[in-house]
Design a protein around this ligand. Structure first.
Ligand code: ADP
Ligand code: MG
Length: 491
């Protein structure tokens, strides 16, 4: 036992317990001071036998577990009610009897008690790492940096257009009054359209303006890994403790939880705990909640309590604005002609990240080669980036063409505006097949069909699903088309 600092273990265990139980309960029952650590027993002292007995009845096994998890040792917790033998002065405190006399009032810590509290305590940051935290007097002037929020994802540098105005406003409203307006807030949409940016912007806003609020930001993948680790280490308590104590919980890309019932279950309980105690949650995902596959229905229905908003690909004008702003932000004094901006904005349409990628490449070129960026040079430099976009369009186009052939129509019929019955059906079939065999979201499919709304795509897919159920020969045709589409995809 010589290597273990019993007093530190005890104060850390208290710290953990404190996060997990109502403040009033804590102040009432946890007035125990550390006594000794010897022979596998961690001994603490209660001020009187009444408190000792109550503690043992209500919280002994709870604390016992915390201590075991914390130390990974088979330590026994022993609570006695003698006068403390050690010299650690007990803080001049609100008398226990006083608290017991008025259990309904939340006793505040007195100034004396505050200053008598231990100078350092341990806390966990969002990544679960332990830290020593200075309490009280020391004033830290260095700007606080959140360990998992990207500092450059702010509201100030997010370009608002028709494609994202509603979502931007909802995000700002949530940041300004967490858990008061829309809870949870769900942001969905295609890749590279600013979902993560907005979610971090909410986190950054709260982190900066309400420092006492605990912001936890994590990707669904990290959350899942931690969850698995937690099961492996049997550190359930620490895991739950961490997430259920968030004031603002941000989880990115929750479609990752599809097909993972265990972690969905955990999220469900975390959700309930946070929702009930009025903490804000924000989630992002790449498709509408209704389109999540293998996803717990009760979790989905919880999401309906809040607001679900989407981000759409930016219009041409917004793309130009984004490019110009990113150029200024990069701080590079590269002169990019309007024609070059126009070239990019025309060729990269469905992903802001790709717009940025083009600029990075151009500015790198200008830095290294010191030549004027002509439109021709730019086109040459970026052709692969333009190609990547075209490449995915080819796959989708080939499916649309295949379906068009089947219905004896043309590609442009299906992509166009005509609404005759036959064309409309073929279009719906094509949307359905693309949805089934590719990773395209309904938003992205909508873009491929001349900028149709994602809800149109959703309705189309639902309609075909229904028809397939009731018409075996139609079903057979659809199956055949899907098979061919898959084959052409894998080529
Ligand atoms: P998503 O999470 O939707 O895949 P991100 O939030 O990661 O997309 O955005 C990709 C990149 O594009 C980020 O660098 C982000 O800052 C930028 N971005 C996206 N939308 C906008 C916007 N409207 N204004 C400024 N930058 C944007
Ligand atoms: Mg993202």
């Amino acid at each position: 036992m010589a290597d273990f600092d019993g007093s530190a273990i005890w104060s850390e265990a208290l710290e953990i317990a404190r996060k997990d139980i109502p403040e009033q309960e804590y102040l009432m029952w946890f007035r125990l001071s550390y006594k000794a650590l010897a022979e596998g027993t961690l001994a603490v002292n209660a001020p009187n036998s009444f408190l000792r007995d109550q503690f043992n009845r209500k919280y002994h096994s709870f604390m016992q577990n915390i201590i075991r998890e914390l130390t990974a040792l088979d330590l026994r917790l022993e609570v006695s009610a003698e006068r403390a033998m050690d010299s650690t002065p007990r803080p001049a405190s609100v008398a226990v009897e006083e608290i017991l006399a008025s259990p309904s009032e939340k006793p505040a810590l007195s100034e004396v008690e505050r200053s008598a509290a231990p100078k350092t305590s341990l806390y966990y940051d969002v990544s679960g790492r332990k830290h020593q935290k200075e309490q009280g007097i020391a004033v830290d002037n260095t700007p606080r940096i959140h360990p998992s929020l990207r500092q450059d994802y702010k509201f100030e540098n997010f370009i608002v257009g028709d494609n994202n105005r509603f979502t931007f406003n909802a995000s700002e409203a949530v940041a300004k009054s967490p858990a008061r307006v829309y809870n949870p807030l769900l942001i969905y949409g295609g890749v590279g359209l600013g979902k993560t940016h907005l979610m971090h912007a909410i986190g950054n806003y709260v982190f900066k303006n309400v420092p006492e609020k605990r912001v936890i930001c994590i990707t669904a993948e990290e959350f899942t890994n931690e969850f698995i680790q937690m099961i492996h280490d049997r550190s359930t308590h620490e895991f739950k403790n961490k997430y259920r104590n968030a004031d603002v919980l941000l989880i990115d890309d929750i479609h990752f939880f599809q097909n993972k019932p265990g972690v969905q279950e955990e999220l469900f309980h975390t959700f309930n705990a946070l929702y009930d105690s009025e903490r804000q949650m924000v989630f992002t995902l790449d498709r509408h909640v209704k389109e999540l596959k293998d996803f717990s229905d009760r979790l989905k229905s919880r999401f309906d309590k809040g607001l679900i908003v989407d981000v759409q690909p930016p219009m041409y004008e917004t793309r130009v604005a984004i490019l110009k702003q990113k150029l200024i932000q990069s701080g590079k004094s590269v002169n990019v002609a309007d024609e070059v901006i126009d070239l990019i904005a025309n060729n990269v349409s469905s992903n802001v990240r790709d717009l940025e990628g083009c600029l990075v490449k151009l500015t790198a070129y200008a830095d290294l080669v010191h030549k004027d960026l002509t439109v021709d040079i730019a086109r040459n430099l970026l052709k692969e980036m333009f190609n990547t976009n075209r490449h995915s369009a080819i796959t989708v186009d080939s499916i649309i063409r295949m379906v068009a052939d089947f219905f004896k129509l043309s590609l442009s019929d299906l992509k166009g505006k005509k609404r005759s019955k036959n064309i409309a059906l073929a279009r719906q079939v094509a949307m359905f097949v693309i949805r089934e065999v590719t990773e395209y979201s309904t938003t992205e499919i909508g873009v491929e069909f001349g900028g149709r709304d994602h809800t149109t795509v959703m309705h189309s897919c639902q309609k075909i699903e229904q028809m397939v159920k009731f018409d075996p020969s139609f079903d057979a045709s659809i199956q055949k088309l899907m098979r061919e589409a898959r084959e052409s995809e894998s080529k």
